[in-house]
Design a protein around this ligand. Sequence first.
Ligand code: DLZ
Length: 163
Amino acid sequence: MSTQLKNLSDFSHTTVPSGANYTFGIIVAEWNAAITGALYNGALKTLLDHGVDEANIVSIPVPGSFELTSGADILLSKRKDIDAVICLGCVIQGDTKHFDFICDAVAQGVTNVSIKYSKPVIFGVLTTNNLEQAQDRAGGKHGNKGDEAAITAIKMVDFSANI
Ligand code: DLZ
């Protein structure tokens, strides 16, 4: 699980299928906006770099990471053309138990929405002890989790289309 052992941002471009002909939703939390903005930019660029048409990317902000689940659920219920949803957020540990509740809820919620629609819903949420760890994973020394989430979405959509 350690990012130091496996930095997924180092993926080989040759092994990533084309994202052309697929439609993606990106739901991005506004909490810790500097971090989630960097995740969003990484995800968007990665989708475009892998052939996704900009017209086939629907980007929607939600207030916080807790709302990523309902954002993905609403998007998939209203837009039948969307093949996968990428959820981007950043939850930073504070003094209370809020961190645990939000992280548990989003992880379970994203899983539930994915199963409900039989479509990939990607968990691109940083869950860090502090801001520095988040910066390191939002375009810093440990890559960009947004890039990784986009690659995961493309791979899962391609898997679903070709199974
Ligand atoms: C309330 C809250 C707190 C304390 N921390 C974060 C955080 O670190 N990251 C995040 O994305 N959102 C946080 N939120 C907001 C919740 O996700 C949610 O928006 C509110 O609890 C309202 O449902």
